[in-house]
Write a protein of this length. Structure first.
Length: 367
C-alpha cells in the first residue's frame, strides 16, 4: 500500500498540529510539543519503502506529520523489509522501515546509494508482538509451546488433533483436519523474527538458520503482511505469523514461556525487548537490539518484532536531510509513539531509549 498525503484524518488534525509543533525546530519544521504551535517552514517530498509491519503506524505518522507540515509529502510504500533494504542500497528510498537492522557484513560492505557516505542511522521505533494466528472453526485460542510451533511449521505435525497440540489444550475440541501453514513470499523481517524464535527455542526441530526468506517449499505463501493475513482468513485450518496489529480477527496462540502460556500484548513484547541488550560494536547512531527469544523472562512474549527506521548520516541534498531528520524526530517523540500505539497496538519506546534515539537522530547532517 502506498501512503501519500494520506487523507487529513479528522481525529489527527488539530491535535496533531499542536502535538507536533517544535520538535524539529532546528530544521524549521514541526514535530514535538510547545505551548503554541509555530508555522512550519519544512517543504519537499521524501520517498520511503520497507516493512509492511509498520504500515498502520506509518499511516498515522505520515498523516500527523503532513498535517503539521502542510508543504511536505512523505511517500511510504509497504514493500517488505528486504525490498526496502535493497532500495536503500540502490538509492531509490530516502529512508526505509525494516524489521531488522543491517547486519555487520552489510554495514562493512557499505554502498548505500541513498547516502553521501556509508554512515547510516538506525533507530528502533516500532516494537510489536508477532502473532501466531490461525483459522479453525469453533476455536479462538490455543496454548502452544515453542517445540510444537516449530513442528507445525516444519511440517512434522500435520493434523490439528495431534497429541502434542491436544495435550496443551484440554477441553478444546480439535478436529481431525489438516494443518496448512502460511509464510511470507517476500523477504521479510517479520519472517526473520519468527524463524529466529523457532531456531532459538527448538533448534533440534527447526534446523534452519534464521532468515528473512522461508527455507521450505511446503505450505502457502502470502505477499506482505496483508497477504499472509488474507490467506489465513480465507483458509479453514490455516496457521501463520504476522504483526499482531493485523490479526485481531483471527484465532490466537498463547506461547509458552517459563511454564506459563503468554498471549501476545504490546506490554509483553516490550518486556522481552527491555530485557535485551543493544548489539555491541555499533556507533551511537546505530541502535540495534540483540534479542534472544530463548532467554525470554517470565510474563514476556517471546516473539517480539523490533522494527527500525533507517536513514543516512549525510545526504546529498540538505532539504532531504532536514525532512528525514524532522520525520524521525516526530516518530520517536512521545506523541508519535502514542499515535502508533493507538493505530497499531505497538508498545511505545521507553524514555531512556528515546534519549538514545534522539542522540542518534542528531547525527543527521542538515547543513
Amino acid at each position: 500500500m502506498k501512503i501519500s498525503r494520506i487523507a487529513r484524518i479528522g481525529a489527527v488534525g488539530a491535535v496533531a498540529a499542536l502535538a507536533l509543533a517544535g520538535c524539529a525546530a532546528n530544521e524549521g519544521g514541526t514535530g514535538g510539543t510547545t505551548d503554541a504551535p509555530s508555522e512550519s517552514t519544512l517543504s519537499g517530498t521524501i520517498e520511503a519503502t520497507g516493512a509492511s509491519s509498520q504500515e498502520a503506524a506509518q499511516q498515522s505518522w505520515v498523516a500527523a506529520f503532513q498535517t503539521a507540515n502542510p508543504d511536505t509529502t512523505v511517500n511510504y510504500t509497504a514493500t517488505g523489509s528486504g525490498t526496502g533494504r535493497e532500495n536503500f542500497i540502490a538509492g531509490s528510498s530516502n529512508f526505509i522501515g525494516s524489521d531488522r537492522a543491517f547486519n555487520a557484513d552489510e554495514l562493512a560492505a557499505g554502498g548505500f546509494g541513498s547516502c553521501a557516505s556509508d554512515e547510516i542511522v538506525e533507530i528502533p521505533v516500532y516494537i510489536s508482538p508477532v502473532a501466531v494466528a490461525f483459522n479453525l472453526e469453533g476455536v479462538d485460542e490455543l496454548n502452544l509451546d515453542g517445540e510444537t510451533i516449530a513442528k507445525i511449521f516444519a511440517g512434522t505435525i500435520t493434523k490439528w488433533n495431534d497429541d502434542a497440540i491436544a495435550s496443551q489444550n484440554e477441553g478444546v475440541e480439535l478436529p481431525d483436519q489438516a494443518i496448512v501453514t502460511v509464510h511470507r513470499s517476500d523477504p521479510s523481517g517479520t519472517q526473520e523474527t519468527f524463524t529466529k524464535y523457532l531456531s532459538a527455542v527448538a533448534p533440534d526441530v527447526w534446523t534452519y538458520e534464521p532468515s528473512d526468506e522461508w527455507p521450505l517449499q511446503t505450505g502457502e505463501a502470502g505477499d506482505g503482511t496483508s497477504g499472509v493475513v488474507d490467506a489465513i482468513t480465507n483458509g479453514s485450518g490455516y496457521i501463520g505469523f504476522a504483526d499482531a496489529s493485523r490479526t485481531s480477527e483471527l484465532g490466537q496462540v498463547a506461547v509458552e514461556v517459563e511454564g506459563e502460556y503468554v498471549p501476545y500484548s504490546a506490554d509483553a513484547a516490550a518486556a522481552l525487548v527491555e530485557a535485551s541488550p543493544l548489539e555491541e560494536g555499533r556507533s551511537d547512531h546505530d541502535l540495534a537490539f540483540a534479542v534472544d527469544p530463548a532467554a525470554a523472562p517470565a510474563d514476556s512474549y517471546p516473539i517480539a518484532l523490533v522494527s527500525y527506521l533507517i536513514g543516512c548520516v549525510e545526504y546529498d541534498d540538505a532539504e532531504t536531510a532536514g525532512l528525514v531528520k524532522a520525520y524521525f524526530q516526530y516518530v520517536a517523540s512521545a506523541e508519535g509513539q502514542d499515535a502508533a500505539a493507538e493505530a497499531a497496538g505497538s508498545a511505545p519506546i521507553s524514555d531512556s531509549l528515546r534519549d538514545q534515539i534522539s542522540t542518534a537522530i542528531d547525527a543527521i547532517v542538515t547543513e
